[in-house]
Design a protein around this ligand. Structure first.
Ligand SMILES: *Cc1c(COP(=O)(O)O)cnc(C)c1O
Ligand code: SF4
Length: 472
């Protein structure tokens, strides 16, 4: 019987190359055209707000929208009743609470919100949602399993992920940490609570101190933007004071969703600057990692914020999530990468979308994502070319997407190994069912077929099935 999978990466690559391509070339200067002017005035609720007010974090926070009623009041007649109903239904089926800044709201194309990449990320529409993949689990990266202390994930030998807060300036509907981040929703009512709490932080610092192998600490969350300036500075100083800690990174989506804060919240930006300067004096490094997904998120206000960070010598890198309808088109991804580089943000990673409840419409297949990667590499400097990675389910960590050991393209099952993180184990990634043929989609609905397909993926070298629970 013929096997319907590719057992070697080479076989897969040749198939992708032979696929017809309709992608064109990116216009040479499009990435330099950044939206400027009073872009928010087209929103009825902001039409009378002047630049001096709009471009401040205090306005951005005060006018942040957290309910459908508030959105309706802000948008007035810009969106239809059908849109608001669709949104209300979408929220009922979402793992993340609604929260969007005036800056982002103003960047949405309200002529066609259904197709808009920023709407797609922050405002869930029921009509766009698809059933979850049968193998989905909450906390699909098993972060809690690798947590020695609440809010500290130690999975890799020399680095750890510290989550000091569980709130963000906005909520992305696709958040991987929906098990902890933001307020509860109808879908995920009980969340792990990781509030700003100095006793919990101290437990994390003590753990880091007693593990001399740890050189690199990611301060994430939640979002470092939501740390008070004095807390940000205290955390930075405390970590840099641990002799074996060489590198820290503050993760924040803030530059994307509320760039105004960098220029107007002087206390916060100065606190960050002091930590970066302290790191430099100690011959260590402290940097910012941020998160942009669409080229439309980068406007002149973003560049102004970045210019200040550049003047202060603060390195900023970007982690992007590959999302259908947002950046899964190769030209859009090229534009995003070029635009990030143009304002001095270094593209670091593009993540394949994790399996998260309620966002199956955002995921792409491994094959489609690899196609985008090939288009991106070569468009700009190598050090501005992100690695496309899969954060494997079950805690295998991030793997170069090209490095799969096995890819059953027909059924959408990829197998990765992670010899430096979990030697001897195998980890899975699943393509969205929508990207598969009809017969494969039907097979996934039958539990015994599921077992057989996943079993075959694991068995091809006689390995035991590990790391995942069945959900039937
Ligand atoms: C992503 C991640 C890190 C940092 O990994 P890098 O590849 O160095 O960016 C550290 N710990 C955990 C648990 C992570 O998920
Ligand atoms: S900013 Fe990051 S942590 Fe916060 S909701 Fe978005 S993806 Fe999740």
């Amino acid at each position: 019987m013929e096997k319907n999978f590719f057992s070697s990466p080479q076989a897969e690559v040749s198939r992708l190359d032979s696929a017809p391509s309709t992608d064109g070339q990116l216009p040479l200067f499009e990435h330099r055209e950044l939206l400027s002017g009073d872009y928010w005035r087209r929103i009825p609720g902001f039409s009378k707000v002047g630049s001096a007010e709009f471009q401040t974090h205090s306005f951005q926070q005060r006018a942040t929208v957290t309910s459908v009623a508030q959105l309706r009041a802000t948008l007035g007649g810009l969106a239809s009743e059908a849109f608001f109903d669709d949104l209300a239904d979408g929220i009922r089926n979402a793992p993340m609470a609604l929260r969007i800044s005036p800056h982002l709201l103003s960047l949405i194309d309200w002529e066609d919100p259904a197709e808009d990449p920023i709407r797609t990320q922050f405002l869930p529409l029921r009509s766009c949602q698809q059933p979850d993949h049968p193998m989905l689990q909450l906390d699909s990266l098993a972060e809690r399993k690798d947590s020695p202390v609440p809010g500290l994930t130690h999975r890799y030998p020399d680095k750890a992920l510290f989550l000091p807060v569980d709130t963000c300036p906005v909520y992305c509907r696709f958040c991987t940490r929906s098990y902890a981040v933001g307020a509860g929703t109808e879908l995920v009512s009980e969340k792990l609570k990781l509030h700003a709490n100095q006793a919990r932080w101290e437990a994390a610092f003590t753990y880091i101190e007693s593990h001399p192998g740890l050189e690199d600490i990611v301060i994430s969350g939640g979002d470092s933007y939501n740390l008070r300036a004095e807390h940000l500075e205290a955390i930075g100083r405390r970590l840099l004071g641990i002799p074996h800690v060489r590198r820290i990174r503050f993760a924040t989506k803030g530059l994307c969703v509320m760039p105004q804060k960098i220029l107007s919240d002087v206390h916060w930006t100065d606190a960050l600057t002091r930590v970066v300067e302290l790191a430099r004096r100690l011959h260590k490094s402290a940097v910012v990692h941020t998160h942009f997904n669409s080229p439309n998120e980068i406007v002149e206000a973003t560049q102004r914020a970045m210019n200040l960070l550049v003047e202060r010598g603060i390195t900023v890198r970007c982690q992007t999530v590959l999302q259908r309808g947002v950046n899964s088109d190769a030209e859009v991804m090229q534009l995003l990468i070029k635009r990030l580089g143009y304002i001095n943000i270094q593209p670091y990673y593009v993540y394949f979308h994790d399996l998260v409840p309620g966002v199956e419409d955002l995921r792409t297949s491994l094959a489609d994502g690899l196609h985008v990667e090939k288009r991106v590499r070569g468009t700009t400097a190598g050090f501005h070319t992100p690695a496309f990675v899969v954060d494997t389910m079950g805690g295998g960590g991030k793997r170069d997407a090209h490095s799969f050991e096995y890819y059953d393209k027909e059924n959408g099952i990829a197998v990765f190994t992670s010899p430096s993180v979990k030697p001897g184990e195998r980890f899975l990634y699943f393509d969205p069912l929508e990207s598969l043929g009809e017969a494969a989609q039907e097979r996934w609905q039958i539990p015994s077929e599921r077992r057989a397909m996943v079993g075959e993926a694991f068995e091809w070298r006689g390995e035991q099935f590990r790391g995942l629970e069945w959900r039937e």
